[in-house]
Ligand binder design. Structure first.
Ligand code: HEC
Ligand code: HEC
Ligand code: HEC
Ligand code: HEC
Ligand code: HEC
Length: 432
């Protein structure tokens, strides 16, 4: 019954997804791409091709450094208690248990290379893929790992992923007294370790595509000029002892806050507490009255990715951001509403392809104009009007959560901002 009309001026066209079933950061459709377990375990020598791409390989098996019993996070945590507690709240610590990962991985028959970034050390694999038959990713050649550590596997992206290489602990090099050997390796323990997992482009089959561009987006954006890398923004520094009873050091918070969307319903508030917004909004709204007593309201919304070092949303192509606008009477009754969506849209059949992308580029304000006309009998000309804007980060759509069988168990979105401004009268035209 609302006669209100919205003339949105955004510069993109909304394209509807024709079909989308299974898509993750590595997205695919359920096209039956399965690993051929009947492939010979030791095929003819000449048929085995090496793992050509970095994402096909895991971090080689790591020996436990002297002075330690294992390389498990739980052991590091006996001395590095605060850092361990932070890591436990991070998505890195549950990259294997993540319900969405499990759902999508199972649909892909536990495709071997998915684990390469979710449990990245050879120590975390019972069978390690060492080559492919005829270069075919569906025919991996595996080697049994007698030293497989199932506890370490459950730690997903664990301390050792970034800190253990060749029998030493990689660190900034404080020169303190530690029970384990320490080595400074600014190549491994740097942004490179992040980009190794957060920047991949691979097309494995028409419908199986891995597409993360966070590293490229960073390199092309303003952050390098501002001297800010992944670690500066995602691991802020804090002065504290880094080991129980040790001296105060310049330390890094190990929580890696991102979108603010928790992985488990019970963690929603905790994770929201760590969230650092990457965008800000500005809203203004003016009204003019027509002779018929209608109120024409012009709403200007500017969304700026002012703080992130990459486009927003970044990473998984399923992520999106929404801004819900509502024009309200004084008592909060909605008279007009509109939802703006930012992110990519993909089609997965018959061939995976990007349909559109209106993600927010760093430091580039996105200005959107809307116009709503309220008839006189709907509050129209009399009474104050307000515009409310609610921003949300989304991990995935309800439709995709339903198809993954995790709807209702998995937090899909989080409110990131909310503002309400009063609609002002149009400024009188300037007279000369
Ligand atoms: C090259 C490394 C890499 C590989 C290989 C990889 N992933 Fe991931 N995955 C990531 C990164 C990085 C993220 C986090 C990015 C984000 O959350 O936007 C992620 C996140 C995810 C998520 C969670 C998305 C979210 O919004 O939390 C799912 C589900 C997922 N991956 C599934 C898979 C599946 C299935 C495969 C195999 C087909 C796979 N991944 C292979 C690196 C990888
Ligand atoms: C028995 C206690 C203990 C255990 C277990 C332990 N550490 Fe340490 N670690 C220390 C102490 C003490 C220091 C020195 C602290 C200082 O210099 O302020 C240290 C230093 C470090 C540093 C900084 C080194 C530098 O100077 O750059 C890193 C990184 C580190 N440990 C990581 C780890 C990781 C990862 C594990 C598990 C694989 C681990 N530690 C296990 C006690 C421990
Ligand atoms: C071994 C691969 C790997 C490495 C190394 C890695 N990440 Fe991740 N990262 C992931 C995966 C996989 C996820 C998603 C886990 C999930 O959703 O369950 C993730 C999640 C994140 C998130 C959280 C996104 C969200 O909204 O929850 C941030 C932020 C992040 N990583 C930043 C970093 C930074 C910064 C570094 C480097 C210091 C780094 N990562 C290193 C694989 C990796
Ligand atoms: C995704 C990579 C990654 C993971 C996982 C990770 N760290 Fe770190 N850690 C870093 C980076 C990067 C630094 C900062 C290095 C620098 O300043 O040169 C760091 C620094 C440290 C330091 C030195 C003090 C400080 O805070 O800067 C300690 C100690 C440490 N980490 C322990 C751990 C422990 C214990 C775990 C597991 C509970 C862990 N780290 C997991 C990347 C990681
Ligand atoms: C200048 C600061 C800055 C830099 C540099 C930066 N990030 Fe971010 N990043 C952010 C902020 C802020 C957010 C939270 C955005 C939001 O959701 O409001 C974020 C979000 C993320 C997310 C979650 C996905 C999303 O869209 O919210 C991932 C994953 C991520 N960053 C990874 C990385 C990696 C990997 C690098 C390095 C290549 C990096 N970031 C560099 C500030 C930064």
């Amino acid at each position: 019954m609302t006669k209100a009309i919205a003339r949105a001026a955004p510069v993109f066209s909304v394209v509807l997804l024709s079909l989308s079933s299974l898509l993750g950061a590595c997205g695919s459709c359920d096209d039956g791409a399965t690993v051929d377990t009947s492939a010979p375990v030791v095929p003819a020598e000449d048929a085995v091709t090496p793992l050509a791409e970095p994402w096909m390989r895991v971090i080689p098996f790591q020996e436990t450094p002297e002075g330690l019993e294992t390389i498990r996070a739980a052991e590091c945590g006996e001395c590095h208690t605060e850092i361990y507690a932070e890591w436990q709240t991070a998505t890195h610590a549950v990259a294997l248990q993540d319900l969405q990962f499990q759902a999508e991985w199972n649909k892909d028959d536990k495709l071997w290379f998915c684990a390469n970034c979710h449990t990245p050390l050879a120590n975390q694999f019972e069978e390690v893929v060492v080559g492919l038959v005829d270069g075919d990713y569906r025919r991996p050649v595996t080697e049994h790992n007698d030293r497989f550590d199932p506890v370490l596997e459950q730690e997903s992206i664990t301390c050792a992923t970034c800190h253990v290489r060749d029998g030493a602990i990689l660190g900034p090099g404080f020169g303190g007294e530690s029970p384990h050997p320490v080595r400074v390796d600014p190549t491994v323990l740097s942004q490179q370790v992040c980009v190794g997992c957060h920047n991949v482009h691979a097309r494995l089959s028409p419908t199986l595509v891995c597409n993360f561009s966070t590293g490229d987006e960073w390199a092309m954006g303003p952050a390098p000029r501002e001297g800010l890398g992944c670690i500066d923004c995602h691991m802020p520094t804090v002065e504290r002892p880094i080991a129980e009873g040790g001296p105060v050091r310049t330390s890094h918070v190990h929580r890696w806050p991102g979108s603010g969307i928790a992985k488990f319903p019970e963690d929603v508030e905790t994770v929201r507490g760590f969230y650092v917004p990457g965008y800000q909004i500005e809203v203004t709204a003016h009204r003019t009255e027509t002779d018929e007593g209608e109120a024409a309201v012009a709403i200007e919304l500017t969304v700026t990715n002012h703080r992130a070092g990459h486009v927003l949303p970044t990473g998984d192509v399923e992520r999106f951001i929404t801004m819900s606008l509502s024009l309200q009477s004084e008592d909060g009754v909605s008279l007009w509403d509109h939802e703006e969506r930012f992110g990519e849209r993909w089609e997965w059949h018959p061939e995976a392809r990007q349909l559109s992308d209106n993600s927010l580029e760093p430091r580039v304000p996105r200005e959107l104009l809307f116009e709503a006309t309220l008839p006189a009998d709907q509050g129209g000309a009399d009474g104050p009007l307000f515009v409310e804007v609610i921003g949300q980060n989304h991990r995935m759509t309800e439709e995709n959560a339903e198809s993954d069988g995790i709807l209702g168990q998995y937090p899909l979105a989080v409110e990131t901002m909310r503002t309400r401004v009063e609609v002002t009268a149009e400024e009188a035209p300037v007279q000369d």
